[in-house]
Unconditional design. Structure first.
Length: 99
């Protein structure tokens, strides 16, 4: 009896599906980056918010903003430098977001 392996990866999708996922990811990452930028701007504009608890929120917002900005690289198949930078940024700042 032969088992059928299901492969789930970006390579299994058509080019138009990959493009659609990249666009959707970029749109929602833009919402996240704008929200994080608003939190960072509030911290900078309102001195009464500069307490330790809000400082934690500031750094959380910063790491989330960098994490989400990594999706702007799209799907770098041919550029290994962009691919490695995207992978490093996503891994590092994803962990930084919850630590």
């Amino acid at each position: 009896r032969e088992e059928k392996r299901v492969r789930m990866g970006a390579q299994e999708l058509s080019s138009s599906d990959q493009h659609a996922l990249t666009v959707v990811s970029a749109v929602f990452s833009t919402f996240s980056v704008c929200g994080s930028a608003l939190i960072i701007a509030s911290y900078l504009l309102f001195p009464n918010l500069r307490k330790f608890s809000y400082k934690l929120v500031l750094w959380l917002s910063f790491s989330d903003m960098v994490n989400q900005s990594m999706s702007y690289f799209g799907n770098p198949k041919d550029n290994m430098v962009a691919c490695n930078l995207q992978a490093f940024g996503m891994q590092y700042f994803s962990v930084a977001s919850f630590l």
